[in-house]
Design a binder for this molecule. Structure first.
Ligand SMILES: [Ca+2]
Length: 129
């Protein structure tokens, strides 16, 4: 009887902790809800999916983001700060053109409202990987 009560308390306690842990994870991930992306990959120039956006469809590769114009003269090179991927596989973003430099690899259908600081505003190429 005592053992049963004790196990119930322990189980109840660990369940509460587990729920608290999951809730804290969800809270972090849903700080800014990712908007719908009509293409396979959408990238934004600012955090939280703000600013100008460029969509990528079937060809999930870009050797140089300098080719992607977002203003009269500006390009998306060294400007990406958030993204939504609907791609079913991994994507690799690179610090330099032609898939060189630091690599930031993401899994299937990941969305990041804020790029890691070490690669934020540095991406110059990407491809499926
Ligand atoms: Ca760069």
């Amino acid at each position: 009887m005592i053992t049963r009560s004790l196990s119930r308390i322990i189980f109840g306690g660990s369940l509460s902790l587990a729920l608290l842990f999951v809730a804290s994870l969800m809270g972090g991930a849903s700080a800014v809800a990712a908007p719908a992306c009509p293409s396979t990959l959408c990238v934004w120039e600012h955090h939280s999916f703000q600013g100008r956006r460029i969509d990528f469809g079937h060809v999930l590769q870009e050797r140089s983001m300098k080719n992607r114009v977002i203003g009269s003269h500006a390009t998306m090179n060294d400007r990406i700060s958030s993204f939504v991927s609907n791609h079913g596989g991994n994507l690799c973003f690179y610090e330099h053109e032609d898939f060189r430099g630091l690599e930031f690899r993401i899994g299937p259908r990941e969305s990041w409202g804020s790029m890691p600081r070490w690669i934020n505003d540095k991406i110059s190429s990407f491809r499926a990987c």
